[in-house]
Design a protein. Structure first.
Lengths: 83, 196
């Protein structure tokens, strides 16, 4: 069964909405999540494939992109007994 | 990194986790600053614009770029090795008959170093779901109408590969310098949701 993230060709997600002059991050915490993830991968707490897998299995279409990232990071840290 | 005065629940959760990881010695706030600075310095669409302009003025570079972009980028001081893992870049060229569009249907794979931070719409389920089955309709949502007889090719990136579109050089630009040509290119042109 395809995972939730596998949306290619599906209908029903509405029109594409473009935000003009969009900043790289909309909130400071999003930048922190991105940097935290790179640092944890850099420290080999988990690797990029594990992170990608965690995003794909824990993501929600109701959450924003970086909310999904944060959920994946917390899931991995919990599973690995780090926190 | 700027001070975070955001009081939303998620901002607080991120702060808490960061403090916990810091207390365990697993992250260092200075390291996070460096990560963000490096990201901001390296990930810029200006890099992609330079690549396109060079390909427009230098036929040999264009051929090398299309044959193997990873080997051609160092000619401009660029590389695909700056991220968490090396990526193979495929540059796909628009012609009179074929227009290319890039997507990552599974998530958000994107050539950050050449296109800068990806826009939210590129990562949205709306774009990822529809552009592979109804590309013409999606391009129209960007105000981009292609001739009906133009074939649209959609390239789906994955963990090991990235795509970038080489737009067609606009007519009437023979007199422009390479820098002036680079200034014509847009981020959406490199994705394929704009002509240039």
């Amino acid at each position: 069964m395809p995972r939730t993230n596998d949306v290619g060709g599906l209908d029903g997600f509405g029109p594409v909405v473009e935000e003009l002059d969009e900043p790289p991050f909309h909130h400071d915490w999003e930048a922190h999540v991105m940097a935290m993830n790179r640092a944890l991968i850099g420290r080999r707490i988990y690797n990029l494939d594990e992170f990608r897998d965690a995003v794909e299995r824990t993501m929600s279409h109701e959450s924003s992109y970086y909310e999904n990232w944060f959920r994946a990071i917390r899931t991995l840290l919990k599973e690995k007994g780090v926190v | 990194m700027s001070d975070d005065h955001d009081d939303s629940p998620i901002a607080a959760q991120v702060r808490d986790l960061e403090a916990l990881l810091e207390a365990k010695g697993l992250i260092d706030p200075r390291e996070l600053d460096q990560v963000l600075e490096a990201f901001a310095a390296k990930a810029s669409p200006a890099n992609g614009f330079r690549v396109v302009a060079r390909a427009w003025v230098d036929e040999g570079f264009r051929e090398r770029l299309l044959a193997g972009a990873n080997d051609a980028l160092p000619e401009l001081g660029l590389s695909m090795g700056g991220g968490l893992q090396p990526q193979v870049l495929h540059v796909v060229e628009n012609t009179e008959d074929v227009h290319n569009v890039i997507v990552c249907t599974l998530c958000s794979c994107y050539p950050l170093s050449l296109l800068g931070p990806s826009p939210t719409w590129y990562k949205s389920t709306a774009y990822r779901s529809a552009v592979v089955s109804r590309p013409r309709e999606v391009l129209e949502q960007f105000g981009f109408d292609l001739p009906q007889d133009t074939q649209i090719r959609v390239w789906d990136a994955n963990a090991e590969s990235r795509y970038m579109v080489l737009p067609r050089r606009p007519d009437g630009t023979d007199e422009l310098t390479e820098a002036e040509l680079a200034a014509l290119v847009t981020r959406n042109g490199l994705i394929g949701t704009a002509a240039v």
